[in-house]
Each structure stands twice: as C-alpha cells, then as structure tokens.
Design a protein around this ligand. Structure first.
Ligand code: UDP
Ligand code: MG
Length: 141
C-alpha cells in the first residue's frame, strides 16, 4: 500500500475563492503536503492528464474546464492516502457527496466539482509524476 496520492484544487474552486479553505481541509485531515504548485494547465496538459477519459462524452468539456484557469496540483502523504483522500473529497457528483466532504461543501456541479483525487496507487504515482519531479517533493520530517 502506497502512502501518497495526487490532488488538484480545480479551477472552479480557485475562481470561487475556496483555495485557502480547501488547503485547510487537507491540513485538518492530517495529510502532509509533499508538494504544491499553482498552475494554469494548457489544453494539451489537461488532455494528457485525463487521457483515461478520452472518448467519453464529458472529455471535451472536462479538458476545456481544467484548462480554463488557475488550479493547484498537490502531492499528498498519509497512511492509505488514496482511500483517505477519496473519502475526504466525497462522491464525484456533489449531489451524492456525504456531508462534510469537500465536494459537498465547495463543488457546484458534476463537472465543476472542486477537487481531483487519484483512484489507485499506480494512478497516484503516475499523476504525481505528471506534474512533479521527485526532487520537488519534500518528505515529512
Ligand atoms: N465528469 C463529468 N461528467 C461525468 C463524469 C465525470 O464532467 O459524467 C468530470 C468530473 O469533473 C470528474 C472528472 O470528469 O471529477 C473525472 O471523472 P471520474 O469518473 O474519474 O471522477 P472522479 O475520479 O474525479 O471522482
Ligand atoms: Mg477519477
């Protein structure tokens, strides 16, 4: 079991002024932030990152949205990080997200759902490597 996962605070959350509150949720949930960057993805980056969804009906809209403004990419560490972060963010559709989850509290729609979380250990490692070099990740003390 890996202890790392990858998160994005998506453009809707940054635009709506929730960046600080979501970082606070990350800290309150006792994740260690190994790396964080405020970036604006190019369309090509968004298409590459979400290549697994290529061909799905929402792919065009998703990659346009993800490249529409600033977002924050983060590498997070915690025991059983992938599952722990998925639990912290809640269901993909905020309408189905449990009370107290990030998506319940900060997401506006299925597409613009405030945050990303990796869905498996291998994908977490691949997604971290998509945006960070290992030397940029600062281990917990
Ligand atoms: N998405 C969408 N419509 C859908 C399903 C997904 O717009 O019907 C978007 C949404 O932003 C979601 C992302 O595509 O977060 C990736 O979808 P996935 O099923 O991997 O959900 P996640 O892992 O983010 O919960
Ligand atoms: Mg996913």
């Amino acid at each position: 079991m890996s202890n790392r996962t990858f998160a994005i605070i998506k453009p809707d959350a940054v635009r709506n002024g929730y960046l600080g509150q979501i970082i606070d949720r990350i800290i309150q949930a006792e994740f260690v932030i190994l790396g964080a960057k405020l970036i604006r993805m190019t369309r090509e980056q968004a298409e590459g990152f979400y290549a697994i969804h290529r061909g799905k009906p929402f792919y065009e809209e998703l990659t346009r949205f993800m490249s529409s403004g600033k977002c924050m990419v983060l590498a997070l560490e915690k025991e059983n990080a992938v599952a722990a972060w998925r639990k912290t963010i809640g269901a993909t559709n905020p309408a189905d997200a449990a009370p107290g989850t990030i998506r319940k509290d900060f997401a506006s729609s299925l597409g613009e759902n405030a945050v990303h979380g990796s869905d498996s250990d291998p994908n977490a490692e691949q997604e971290i490597a998509f945006f960070f070099s290992e030397s940029e990740l600062i281990a917990a003390k």
